[in-house]
Design a protein around this ligand. Structure first.
Ligand SMILES: Nc1nc2c(c(=O)[nH]1)N[C@H]1C(S)=C(S)[C@@H](COP(=O)(O)OP(=O)(O)OC[C@H]3O[C@@H](n4cnc5c(N)ncnc54)[C@H](O)[C@@H]3O)O[C@H]1N2
Ligand code: MOO
Ligand SMILES: [Mg+2]
Length: 427
């Protein structure tokens, strides 16, 4: 046990850690899972496990940017309406064809957009600036205007030279990345395997989805909410069950999970100071290292986390909104890091608060909100009921508004930071 950390741990008298310190502590503990290899189509949305470098320049041949004629600009340097220059067309170059001839003085090649520019040519003149004529059985292009060397030719390696780093390991593969991988011929792609995240729900009050409602009991919504958050984070959720608030049962289950092949364990409920808060008891008694059991934030102040060998165990609050926020602030970055991501947890967006926020608090609040742009500014306003026991407001939130500790509340028009919830979206 890490005595320096655990000395402050007590179920009833806890020492609150800041969100930032807790995130740093977690970040220092996470190593990526092993890489694997999947087909390109399956790699979409996954994180890359090795850097990608170009093996040839992009583009790898001089490419025409227009339908027209590959020419030597020297040949048309004196072209004018009064004295058009005529060049003989010696070849047609559609896309995909390697030119047969070089362009020499007085010659041109018909070429299409994307076609390979023949040697000797130093520009492509667009078709609309020319006139094609047949002259004594020869194909001629007539040009009335000079153009600059290099015009409409994409040089070799304009986008990237050979051996250029084009995608870093850990990046999430979106449409642009997929285009690069396809262009480079990656039929199979090295990605991190999806971390397995076990979800255990604690609470004697919990019913299964199909159970009829009973007085004093509720259906287990946290497990499914967490499942959606885990999927959105790119991991594989394992709903391992729901257990009553019964310490011996919880302990057995948790040690089994710690020994399982789950990469991460997330529980909900039982982390506060109540008589039946068995997760809080477990974190005081177990043989792992409890990293924190109180965070200076609302909702989710009893959010708890610990390390068992190189596996992390999160005890999220049972209150649905506190559970949601605890996941977004602490679990999501860990899941991303398990997939090799470089996570910048300090990333926020500056907004103007669009409504008064009157609640006072000694802790920073992470208020479910909506942010939007209007008249060149970003605004954020709280959505729905702000209690940590509520469920309904979660679906409408696209950000968490960070309200620093305040004795007076803060008024509309003040500057606030928000954390976008894009990562929580299922798309
Ligand atoms: N005397 C004190 N009481 C409480 C404190 C405190 O400091 N002193 N902290 C409060 C805060 S803040 C929070 S947050 C909650 C944390 O509660 P727990 O994490 O211990 O969770 P439970 O007691 O198990 O349940 C709380 C609440 O959430 C509901 N719940 C639980 N699991 C689920 C689930 N899977 N799906 C939906 N809802 C769930 C449960 O029924 C309770 O209503 O403690 C405060 N108390
Ligand atoms: O920290 Mo709790 O989530 O406010 O009710
Ligand atoms: Mg409790």
């Amino acid at each position: 046990m890490d005595a320096a950390i655990d000395r402050n741990m007590n179920k009833y008298h806890r020492k609150a850690m800041t969100v930032e310190a807790a995130r740093e502590l977690l970040q220092s503990r996470v190593r990526p899972v092993e890489p694997t290899e999947v087909e390109l189509a399956e790699a979409i949305g996954r994180r890359l496990a090795a850097p990608i470098r170009t093996v040839e320049p992009i583009p790898h041949f001089r490419r025409s940017g227009m339908d027209g004629y590959a020419i030597r600009t020297a040949d048309i340097a004196h072209a004018s309406a009064a004295l058009p220059i005529e060049l003989e067309i010696i070849e047609h170059i559609p896309c995909g064809k390697e030119p047969l001839y070089s362009i020499t003085e007085g010659k041109a090649a018909r070429i299409m957009t994307g076609g390979m520019v023949p040697d000797g040519a130093d520009a492509v003149i667009m078709q609309e600036m020319t006139e094609a004529v047949e002259h004594n059985g020869r194909s001629i292009v007539r040009i009335q205007k000079k153009i600059a060397p290099g015009l409409n030719i994409t040089p070799i390696g304009e986008e990237a030279g050979e051996g250029t780093l084009v995608i870093e390991a850990g990046e999430k593969l979106g449409a642009g990345h997929t285009a690069i991988l396809a262009a480079l011929g990656y039929n199979r792609v090295p990605v991190y395997r999806k971390p397995k995240v076990a979800v255990l729900s604690t609470g004697t009050e919990l019913l299964r989805l199909t159970d009829p409602l009973q007085m004093g009991k509720i259906r287990n919504s946290n497990a499914y909410m967490l499942m959606a958050q885990i999927i959105a984070a790119g991991a594989q959720p394992l709903l391992v069950g729901q257990i009553p608030d019964d310490y011996p049962k919880a302990e057995r289950m948790l040690y089994d999970l710690l020994a399982s092949d789950a990469d991460l364990i997330v529980t909900s409920g039982g982390v506060s100071v109540g008589d039946y808060d068995s997760m809080a008891d477990f974190f005081l008694r177990w043989e792992g290292t409890t990293l924190f059991n109180k965070i200076a934030m609302r909702p989710g102040s009893p959010t708890t986390a610990g390390a068992w060998k190189d596996k992390l165990l999160f005890g999220l609050s049972g209150n649905p909104s506190a559970c949601f926020v605890g996941f977004e602030l602490f679990v999501r970055p860990v899941i991303q890091q398990l997939q090799g991501a470089v996570v910048d947890t300090a990333k926020t967006v500056t907004c103007l608060l669009a409504a008064d926020y009157e609640k006072v608090n000694a802790y920073t609040r992470y208020v479910r909100g909506q942010w939007y742009s209007s008249g060149g500014n970003h605004y954020a306003k709280p959505v729905g009921r702000d209690k940590s026991s509520t469920i309904l407001s979660l679906k409408d939130a696209n950000c968490l508004i960070v309200i620093p500790p305040t004795k007076t509340g803060i008024v509309s028009g003040e500057i606030v930071q928000i954390i976008p919830l894009d990562g929580a979206l299922i798309v």
